[in-house]
Design a protein around this ligand. Structure first.
Ligand code: SF4
Length: 219
């Protein structure tokens, strides 16, 4: 499962027994969870990639942490600390100023390889061999980061204890990506201005959305 990985990663994996992963398995802080609430009209890439109605709920009705959310947060931190740090350009923030509204879209990319490939790491519970195509949301995210940083190549790295699976993503003309983020940010911005919950954006995520009761979409 490690063939075709960048040299830095192959080296890190072969040294992994000597490498101490410095990560604290702690609850994500309130500051971390509220970070996008504190900056008016600045929205996270991950919130905009999902349902805008859910993003609104998250800003104004944050839920208490669950064991699952703490596990997911800590698992992501663990793999970030073990893998992204072997690249010089890692874990850097990006900020996009929307053209059609005062909104900003913020995110943080995982790393850029020494060959200039924008890379996003995704932890997964799935069998790596069963993943043949990155999720649409993941492709939008990594293309957004790639274009903002001037990278012509991008990839998604799915990772779990089984190994790593790398899937290339075509960056191409990112007009569709910017249009998408502008549109989603605008919907959230207008909802905030009017203090009204945005329209539902039903999708596959409704099935495990923590706001399904408030939304009226309880399964
Ligand atoms: S249940 Fe579906 S439509 Fe409602 S907030 Fe969640 S994701 Fe959005």
């Amino acid at each position: 499962m490690f063939e075709g990985l960048p040299f830095e990663l192959q080296q890190r994996i072969s040294d992994i027994s000597k490498y101490e992963v410095e990560v604290q398995i702690v609850k994500p802080s309130a500051e971390h969870l509220q970070i996008h609430k504190r900056v008016p009209f600045r929205y996270s890439v991950t919130d905009l990639l999902g349902c805008v109605r859910k993003a609104y709920y998250k800003r104004y009705m944050p839920k208490a942490l669950t064991e699952q959310s703490i596990y997911n947060f800590s698992r992501g931190k663990l793999f970030d600390a073990a893998l992204t740090t072997c690249f010089k350009d890692n874990q850097q923030p990006v900020l996009y100023q929307c053209k059609k509204s005062p909104c900003q879209v913020s995110g943080r990319y995982d790393f850029i390889t020494s060959e200039g490939v924008m890379t996003d790491l995704k932890t997964t519970d799935k069998d790596l061999a069963s993943i043949s195509e990155p999720m649409w949301e993941y492709k939008m995210q990594v293309r957004f980061y790639a274009d903002l940083k001037g990278c012509s190549q991008a990839q998604i790295m799915y990772v779990n204890m089984q190994g790593i699976r790398v899937l290339p993503v075509t960056v191409g003309d990112c007009l569709d990506v910017y249009n998408f983020f502008e549109q989603q940010a605008c919907l959230l911005f207008e909802a905030e201005q009017q203090k009204m919950v945005p329209q539902q954006q039903k999708d596959n995520f409704c099935v495990w959305c923590e706001y399904s009761l408030e939304c009226g979409e309880a399964p």
